[in-house]
Ligand binder design. Structure first.
Ligand code: AP5
Ligand code: MG
Length: 209
């Protein structure tokens, strides 16, 4: 399964429900890159320069990281990609890797949210570094006992968000027809409460669970 959607669409939020339903690993390229930055690995040092500006990390770095990850034992029964592929070369590389492995994609889930609603989601996001839980100061407030340890992503500024949204429209939306033409795409309206969006996803994927 692949999750696609603009920054702040709710991919990470909805992935928590999908993992419980399908019992497959949630593989978020953004989370993996942030972990590499935190650990100070060679990949992390290179990626950090691009990520903090809201630019895309070069394809060759991201493709290698994801293809290696989906080859791990826990991904052999299926996996959910979040944030990858997001360029045409990434979609091609994934396609080739899956063909080589004899794996068919079941579904590409597109969470649609209009541009005008996203900035507030991004600037109000807070994450728990201990559990990975995603909160929002207004739409999904954290319990009082974890508030002190919450972090704000470096690229969740208004400036970096503008660059991220522009990249989504220029690089990622062009790969959507690639999956639509193959009959894999399912669109879900991402406007409403997180629970309302989860309910729509359940309906959209009812034949798979
Ligand atoms: P990545 O981490 O993938 O960021 P993104 O795609 O911009 O998406 P986000 O994680 O910001 O949003 P989300 O859809 O997960 O929303 P969330 O559920 O958190 O990538 C970060 C960077 O890494 C990129 O810019 C790039 O530099 C690099 N990178 C990653 N992958 C790459 C690749 N393949 N190639 C090249 N570079 C790559 O929700 C957002 C907020 O909204 C939260 O506060 C949440 O609580 C709230 N919320 C969620 N749902 C709702 C709702 N229904 N109503 C109200 N609020 C809601
Ligand atoms: Mg995310």
């Amino acid at each position: 399964m692949i999750l696609i959607g603009p920054p702040g669409a709710g991919k990470g939020t909805q992935a928590a429900f999908l993992v419980d339903t399908f019992r497959i690993p949630h593989i978020s390229s953004g989370d993996m890159l942030r972990a590499a930055v935190k650990e100070g690995t060679a990949l992390g040092k290179q990626a950090d320069e691009f990520m903090k500006k809201g630019a895309l990390v070069p394809d060759d770095l991201v493709i290698g990281m994801i293809i290696e990850r989906i080859g791990k034992p826990d991904a052999q029964g299926g996996f959910m990609l979040d944030g990858f592929p997001r360029t045409a070369p990434q979609a091609d590389a994934l396609d080739q890797a899956l063909k080589r492995a004899g794996v068919d994609l079941d579904v590409v889930l597109l969470i649609e949210v209009p541009d005008g609603l996203i900035l507030e989601r991004i600037t109000g996001r807070r994450s728990d570094p201990q559990t990975g839980t995603i909160y929002h100061i207004k739409f999904n407030p954290a319990p009082a006992d974890v508030v002190a340890r919450l972090v704000h992503r470096k690229d969740d500024t208004e400036e970096a968000f503008g660059a991220r949204l522009a990249k989504y429209h220029s690089e990622t939306t062009p790969i959507i027809p690639f999956y639509e033409q193959r009959g894999l795409l399912r669109r879900v309206d991402g406007v409403g409460t997180p629970a309302e969006v989860t309910a729509r996803i359940k309906t959209a994927l009812a034949d798979l669970s």
